[in-house]
Design a protein around this ligand. Structure first.
Ligand code: MG
Length: 325
């Protein structure tokens, strides 16, 4: 069954979408009240963020737009030392979108939300003319468990840990669009357990950032600029799967600029680096984590290459891959 403009009328078909797809999949008491706003219990300082998701295709190996919409917002809260609690979800649906596809997307949002221990407590649906596209905005609230974690707080000699292999989301989306057969999966995942492990074992994390659009190169440049420091990484320590490496070699891509949706960098004091690495490696989605470099005096990002040369790593210029998330 396809969605037509009547589904956005606010009448009978709108309520069937809401009841049969959203209420059924997101299933929680706050949403079920169907009030004009959700009334929430939160304590202390909160982190609050929003993001819109326009990824195409809607379904790809390792995930779909719904999973990315939950994980993206959840991970942004976690990066500030907040434990995600509540999400809202706004859907803009083009006429012609498939009802079963929307149901599948809502299902995977529910699964990701359950893993991240968040409730989807408010939502909105609009239907517009178009060609069957689906777009999702999610906002999220998390309770700050550790305050002071910031991209501006990196210190000289801090160690940079990357939580796993680079480029997987980007390569999965590109493979799908180009019809390339491989087994590369998007790494899209909620990183709650990983962050919780770091905070509960008293790692004095100075900064965390999820490695999304613009890739590791862009994130590290943001760190260098916000913390007024230099960043040095080692090419040989960057975790990259052989399949993504092969994919990049064939297409002339640089994994440093490719997007992930389930990876973070954590910048930690040198004395705690090994402990932090072990904690990340033990966490779900962290098995390939590695220490990739350090904070130093100066400015900008440099990489010691496999051939022992030095390369300046700039931010991503140009448009990258459009509609990657
Ligand atoms: Mg982020």
């Amino acid at each position: 069954m396809k969605i037509d403009m009547a589904y956005g009328s606010g009448g009978k078909q709108t309520s069937s979408l809401i009841n049969d797809i959203f209420l059924r999949n997101f299933d929680n008491k706050i949403l079920a009240k169907m009030e004009d706003s959700a009334v929430l219990n939160v304590s202390g300082k909160i982190a609050y963020t929003t993001d819109s998701f326009v990824v195409t295709p809607l379904f790809f190996r390792g995930g779909d737009i719904g999973k990315v919409a939950v994980c993206g917002t959840v991970n942004d809260l976690l990066m500030m030392g907040a434990m995600p609690k509540y999400l809202t979800a706004g859907f803009i649906i083009e006429e012609g979108a498939d009802v079963d596809a929307l149901d599948q997307i809502a299902k995977s949002m529910a699964l990701a939300a359950a893993e991240a221990k968040v409730k989807i407590v408010a939502g909105d649906t609009k239907v517009i003319e178009g060609k069957g596209g689906i777009y999702i905005n999610t906002s999220g609230i998390g309770e700050i468990q550790r305050s002071g974690i910031s991209i501006s707080k990196c210190k000289n000699n801090d160690v940079i840990i990357l939580s796993g292999n680079l480029g997987e989301h980007h390569a999965a989306i590109m493979s799908h669009r180009m019809g390339i057969e491989n087994t590369i999966q998007s790494d899209c995942a909620p990183l709650r357990a990983m962050v919780k492990n770091l905070l509960e074992h008293d790692i004095k994390v100075h900064c965390m950032r999820d490695v999304t659009r613009g890739g590791l190169a862009t994130v590290l440049n943001e760190v260098a600029s916000s913390s007024s420091c230099g960043v040095e990484i080692n090419e040989t320590s960057l975790p990259i799967s052989s399949e993504v490496r092969g994919f990049c070699d064939i297409l002339g891509l640089d994994p440093l600029y490719m997007a992930n949706e389930g990876k973070l960098i954590a910048v930690v004091p040198k004395a705690q680096a090994e402990k932090a690495l072990a904690l990340i490696k033990k966490s779900k989605y962290g098995e390939n984590a590695a220490i990739i470099g350090k904070i130093k005096e100066g400015s900008g990002v440099t990489m010691t290459t496999a051939l022992e040369g030095s390369r300046i790593i700039d931010i991503l210029y140009g448009e990258g891959l459009p509609r990657i998330c």
